[in-house]
Design a protein around this ligand. Structure first.
Ligand SMILES: O=C(CO)[C@@H](O)[C@H](O)[C@H](O)CO
Ligand SMILES: [Mn+2]
Length: 289
């Protein structure tokens, strides 16, 4: 098991440059840094080559996360949007591959966060989502990339809310590089049992996000980490466990994540780093790896 952190913990914008965080995260003792792929198509090849080299020099593995925008929605009822989504993903995956990234996770099958001011069509969106992911899976596989379909809570997406729904979706896609992704923040809202959800995903679990029920770093709240660690060991999970704390207000991150109060307790960057380091030690102990 490899442990990581989403660099957005320190930032306000999905567009924030992730290059400088590779060394920082390595110094904090992590194995993995997760980067936001939302704006990766704006990086030059030289930028990507430098970041790849920095990861190599620092012994860090990169993974990617993304919340696709409504205009790039692979499950949209509008065929032109689906087409734009496919083109966006192909460009994004090609750039992600330049960083030697083997896994991209998020609501790849849909968009995020969902606009609930309009009625939703879960059945139709799911069917188009299966087709959309099926349509980019081989492209990703040829680049050695797994597509990890994130199961989200009801307030952020309607297509997949439970591990069982995630597994059924991934089985319908039926491609070896398309996996289920779980996140303890979302599981806390939707699952009857953390352990059962992880066992339901079993060998299809491709990526795992961690965070407390208010998205503080693991160890500061009341998520049942021991139960989660036992279940991950039971299914012999060897993938990445990436903590995804969101504690800062402001910017597109604060707004998309609905952070309306300062959850850092007024921390400066040094204290934010210390919290991450302590949470990493806690996560390695309780989850393994
Ligand atoms: O859990 C979430 C959102 O609640 C994230 O994983 C998100 O989908 C993605 O990371 C956006 O970059
Ligand atoms: Mn997540």
């Amino acid at each position: 098991m490899k442990h990581g952190i989403y660099y957005s913990y320190w930032e306000h914008e999905w567009s924030a440059k992730f290059g400088p965080y590779v060394e920082k995260v390595a110094k904090l003792g992590f194995d993995v840094i997760e980067v936001a792929a939302h704006h990766i198509n704006e990086y030059s090849d030289a930028d990507l080559a430098a970041i790849k080299q920095s990861a190599k020099d620092n012994g860090i593995i990169l993974t990617a996360g993304i919340g696709p925008s409504k205009t790039k929605n692979l499950s949209s009822p509008d065929a032109d949007v689906r087409k734009a989504g496919k083109a966006f993903f192909e460009q994004t995956l090609a750039n992600v591959a330049k960083l030697d990234i083997k896994s991209i996770g998020g609501a790849l099958h849909s968009y995020w966060p969902v606009d609930y001011s309009q009625p939703v069509d879960k059945v139709g969106d799911r069917a188009r989502g299966v087709e959309g992911i099926h349509g980019i899976a081989d492209f990703a596989n040829n680049l050695g990339i797994n597509l990890c379909i994130e199961v989200l809570n009801r307030f952020e997406n309607h297509v997949l809310n439970t591990a069982a729904e995630g597994v059924a979706f991934v089985k319908d896609v039926g491609k070896p590089n398309v996996k289920v992704m779980l996140d303890t923040f979302h599981m806390n809202i939707e699952e009857d049992s953390f352990g059962d959800a992880i066992r339901t995903a079993g060998p299809l679990l491709g990526h795992f996000h961690t965070g407390e029920s208010n998205r503080r770093v693991p160890g500061k709240g009341r998520i049942p980490w021991h139960e989660i660690g036992l279940a991950l060991r039971e299914i012999n999970y060897t993938g990445a466990v990436v903590m995804e704390p969101f504690v800062k207000t402001g910017g597109t991150i604060g707004s998309d994540i609905r952070v309306w109060r300062d959850l850092t307790d007024g921390a400066d960057e040094a204290k934010m780093d210390e919290d991450a380091r302590n949470s990493l030690a806690f996560s390695r102990f309780v989850l393994g790896g």
